[in-house]
Write a protein that binds this ligand. Sequence first.
Ligand code: ZN
Ligand code: ZN
Length: 346
Amino acid sequence: MTYHISAFYHFRRSETRLQNLEAIKTDLEKKAEELNVKGLLVLGHEGINTTCSSSSKESLDAFKKWIIDYFQAANIAFKDSKADKPPFRRYKVKIREEIVTTGIPEMMPPEGKNQHLTPTEWNKVLKEESDYVMIDTRNWYEYNIGTFKGAINPNIEKFTDFPEFIENQGISKEKKMLVFCTGGIRCEKGILELQKQGYHNVFQLEGGILNYLAEYPNDQYNGECFVFDHRVSVDQNLAPSERYTLCPHCGQPADTTIECKRCDYHEKICVTCLNEPVKQDTCSKNCANQWVLHPGRKGARQLLPFELENMAATLGEKSPVKEIRVTRKKVTRINEKGEAETVILP
Ligand SMILES: [Zn+2]
Ligand SMILES: [Zn+2]
């Protein structure tokens, strides 16, 4: 089955900031359920930031149209992609002080454009100019799996470290500065910090990497782009990653397969955990803990909640699951009528 995915955000002007967030949350959830749309939406007084998906293109289009009407936001830029597996299991709205976390909630992007470059304009600068500084405003582990050629990695854990990073660089205020992120929202705030520090020749990539790759795959961007759902990352054609999964120990993108010495399961581990004893050859937090407690003892793999959910979905939604039994070789689902169905693990 094909799942249609859209990522987008919308900032409000100070005089039209969103009120009654709980009521908006209810409206969003009601509409998503009605149209069978899944996803995650961050809602705040400053606006919305979301990725959502549906197995029906019509439903997703209807949802987008409804969002435009509901928020009176004609200028939303939707970044669309597709996947074979559902990127979300449910629809969830989270209310937050900021819709993209910077730790500086008073930073408010102005209405409309603020030094945005379209992917075409961005490409032109990268190919024809050389006197600029390009900064990746994402986290270090996102930078590690893919970024623009020549981009600087601030190596920061959180956005509140960004102002100090820039100050310490000692870059001339006259210098042309380029900033980018996954879908453009982080830069809407990041550029404000640069402008505050006196950089006036600064530009941001409109719609971020996702918008760029839609127009220019395999051009100035190298590697994959981390996304915040079950796909983990997307490749140059915005297709879900076949390379990365999330590291079971720390949640960062992982691409090195190990065989767990406790349960023999094959799992991908990230580069950081590959250098840590125990983590480097166990498939999960549970196996790592058990191995420390009982070194050398073999045991069954413990399935994670989302794996149980996936397993239940694979077995069909016929009737509610009463019990799931997991051994090293198989998973058995027992429904309320006492009927058992079994899946042999790979
Ligand atoms: Zn890890
Ligand atoms: Zn294991």
